[in-house]
Design a protein around this ligand. Structure first.
Ligand code: TYD
Length: 227
C-alpha cells in the first residue's frame, strides 16, 4: 500500500462522469473533519509534470506515436509521485488525485493498443511503490457521459443523433468503460465502483462514506493520534 501515514485516493472514469466536482465536495467534507487534504490531478500535479501535461494535451506529442505518449504520461507520473504525492503522504495528508495509473492502463494500454508488459513496466517505474489505498471509479454509460460533455461544451442542451465521428468515439469510450470495470473486478480490495448516473448528492454521500471507512476518525470528528 501507499507510503503511510497519509491516505491516497484516486478517481477514475470516462468523460462527463463528474469526477472533479466530487473531488471538491469530498475535500471540503474531509477538511471540515480537521484533516489535511491535497487535491491534485494527472497528467500534472507537480511543476515538471505540468510541463509534460502541456505537451500531451496540446497534441504536440501525438505525431510521435502512442508509445511516446505513454512514456511521457509515465515521466509526468514519476515526477508527480516523487515531488508531491510521496512527501504529502509521509506528512499524513489525505491525497485526492484526479486520474492516476489506471488511466494509463485504460487509455494507453486498452484503447491505445499498447502491449501489457510495456504498460506494466512503465507503471512500476512511475509509481515506484506508491499504490493508491483506494481507487473510486465513476461508472457511466459512454453515451450519457459524452452527451453531458457535449452539452457542457455547446451550452445548447439540444440532443442530436451522433455523427460518424461521434459514433466511433462512442465505441472507444464504451471500451474504456469496460476496461475500468474490468480493473475493478480484478482488484476489488483497491477499487470501488460508483454509479455516476445518480445525483450529485447521492454520489457525494457514497464517496464520503467509502473514504470514511479508511480514516482513523474519532467521534469528535478529529483524526486519532496514532501512538
Ligand atoms: P483532462 O482535461 O484532465 O480531463 P478529464 O477531465 O477527462 O480527467 O485530460 C486528461 C486526459 O488525459 C484525459 O482524456 C485522459 C488522458 N489520460 C491518459 O490518456 N493517460 C493517463 O495516464 C492520464 C492520467 C490521462
Amino acid at each position: 500500500m501507499s507510503a503511510a501515514p497519509g491516505l491516497f485516493v484516486t478517481f477514475e472514469g470516462g468523460e462527463g462522469a463528474g469526477k472533479s466536482t466530487q473531488i471538491r465536495l469530498l475535500a471540503a467534507a474531509l477538511r471540515e473533519r480537521g484533516l489535511t487534504v491535497l487535491m491534485t490531478r494527472e497528467p500534472g500535479g507537480s511543476k515538471g509534470a505540468e510541463a509534460v501535461r502541456h505537451v500531451l494535451l496540446s497534441g504536440a506529442a501525438e505525431p510521435y506515436g502512442i508509445r511516446m505518449e505513454a512514456v511521457l504520461f509515465a515521466a509526468a507520473r514519476s515526477d508527480h509521485v516523487e515531488q508531491v504525492i510521496r512527501p504529502a503522504l509521509a506528512a499524513g495528508t489525505v491525497v485526492l488525485c484526479d486520474r492516476f495509473m489506471d488511466s494509463s492502463r485504460v487509455y494507453q494500454g486498452i484503447t491505445g493498443n499498447l502491449e501489457q508488459p510495456f504498460i506494466e513496466a512503465l507503471e512500476r517505474v512511475a509509481i515506484n511503490g506508491v499504490v493508491p489505498d483506494c481507487t473510486i471509479i465513476f461508472d457511466l454509460p459512454a453515451a450519457i457521459g459524452l452527451e453531458r460533455a457535449r452539452k457542457r461544451s455547446s451550452g445548447s442542451g439540444e440532443s442530436a443523433e451522433p455523427d460518424r465521428f461521434e459514433k466511433e468515439e462512442l465505441e472507444t469510450h464504451e471500451k474504456r468503460r469496460e476496461a475500468f470495470l474490468d480493473i475493478a473486478e480484478r482488484e476489488p480490495l483497491r477499487c470501488r465502483v460508483v454509479d455516476a448516473t445518480e445525483t450529485q448528492e447521492v454520489i457525494a454521500a457514497q464517496v464520503l462514506s467509502l473514504v470514511e471507512t479508511l480514516l482513523p476518525i474519532t467521534a469528535e470528528g478529529r483524526p486519532e493520534q496514532v501512538s
